[in-house]
Design a protein around this ligand. Structure first.
Ligand SMILES: *Cc1c(COP(=O)(O)O)cnc(C)c1O
Length: 395
């Protein structure tokens, strides 16, 4: 290894906690530890801290504070939204529409519901990962109670036409949920303007702590309660609140949404430099996801003739952290369901790499990756029988 440099480019998997966020959280582990349900001063201070965080989350997405429920992360918010809406609206119908490229927190929840007698339509996407709106409209029946389409994809970064989907759902009186875990801090979101009825978010994707998130539920939308217990979260999710986590979420979302444009411009410039360099320096490489409508920090590329796992290992040895497929499906040898849904053949999907840039990445990081990555890809190709055949065949 020619360097001790560490380049973290896996912000779509998780982020570090910003110092300001950690600082805001710390008192709530120590002096300010009171139970928010206690009526004495110490408890009431905790209660105000939670309500302040709720206001911050609401403000960030254009919702009302009483429409925000804190959860134990993004997966929990997704589970609650889907199961909660399905079970509460069963009398109206049993049909749910989602997409083929959702996070497993949505897909596996839908599969569970299929076993409970619900019917689920998984709408296709085009080669850029954009939802087929015609197919979405055509799959609506008078039994459809819920549409859940993610705001931005965690693997390929494609941003969906959320406003249009919101309009379609609203016109037909169908509840619309979006998993916005990747979008917060990267896209301006206003749930009222976009006709979003429910929205999931998770703090650790925007420089907040892990294990805390939120579900926005528009006033008047009926969903089943999540945890039966105490009166917390307006009796819908019982259990003593994750006080420091919630305070951290509030601070993190405030910081992440303060200057989305400025943040995006900086990250996008770095991303484009890295992406253009990769495409220039490494032949037989394809960008996955939409060329423009994508998250500012996201790169997802497929290198022909190699395996993503080998690539990650060699990158790791050089101090570069990225991912292949999605972190959640590591351990499985199936290629990513997202890459298959955009039409990549198995062997190409296997040779894919996601690099997701964040706040602390620098031009030096980009230069370092552009120095190391082409050599590693070439080294792997030199060992690949597929590449050998291809080169021989070409001659
Ligand atoms: C990370 C992620 C989740 C899961 O969030 P957790 O907080 O890890 O449970 C859900 N959806 C998307 C799109 C994600 O990127």
């Amino acid at each position: 290894m020619d360097s001790k440099r560490i380049v973290y480019m896996d912000h779509a998997a998780t982020t570090y906690v910003k110092p300001e966020v950690l600082e805001a959280m710390l008192p709530y582990f120590t002096e300010q530890f009171g139970n928010p349900s206690s009526v004495y001063t110490l408890g009431r201070k905790s209660r105000s801290a939670i309500e302040e965080a709720r206001e911050k989350v609401a403000k960030a997405i254009g919702a009302l504070p009483e429409e925000i429920y804190f959860t134990g992360g993004g997966s929990e918010a997704d589970n609650w939204a889907i199961k909660g809406a399905a079970f509460a609206n069963r009398a109206k119908g049993n049909h749910i529409i989602t997409s083929k490229i959702e996070h497993h927190a949505i897909l596996n929840t839908c599969e569970f519901l299929e076993k409970q007698g619900f019917e689920v339509t998984y709408v296709s996407v085009d080669e850029n990962g954009v939802i087929d709106l015609e197919e979405l409209k055509n799959s609506i029946t008078d039994k459809t109670i819920l549409i859940s389409i993610m705001f931005a994809n965690n693997e390929i970064g494609t941003i969906q036409p959320i406003e249009e989907i919101g309009r379609i759902a609203k016109e037909r009186g169908i509840i619309f949920h979006t998993d916005a875990v990747q979008a917060i801090g990267n896209v301006e979101i206003n749930v009222k303007d976009m006709n979003i009825d429910m929205l999931s978010l998770a703090a650790h994707k925007f420089y907040g702590p892990k294990g805390v998130g939120a579900l926005y539920v528009r006033k008047g939308i009926r969903i089943e309660n999540l945890i039966h217990g105490g009166g917390q979260e307006r009796k819908r999710r019982g259990g003593t609140e994750n006080l420091p986590g919630i305070v951290g979420l509030g601070k993190a979302i405030e910081l992440a949404t303060a200057d989305i444009e400025g943040h995006n411009a900086r990250i996008r410039a770095l991303r484009d430099r890295l992406l253009n360099g990769i495409l220039e320096k490494i032949p037989y490489t394809k960008l996955n996801g939409h060329p423009e409508k994508r998250l500012p920090g996201n790169i997802n590329v497929s290198f022909k003739f190699i395996e993503g796992e080998g690539l990650l290992l060699l990158l790791d040895q050089s101090g570069i952290y990225g991912s292949t497929g999605s972190a959640c499906s590591s351990g499985s040898l199936d290629p990513s369901h997202v890459l298959l849904a955009i039409g990549l053949p198995h062997e190409i999907a296997h040779g894919s790499l996601r690099l997701s840039l964040g706040d602390k990445n620098t031009e030096e990081d980009v230069d370092y990756v552009l120095d190391v990555l082409p050599k590693i890809v070439q080294r792997l190709r030199d060992m690949s029988p597929l590449y050998e055949n291809f080169i021989k065949g070409g001659r």
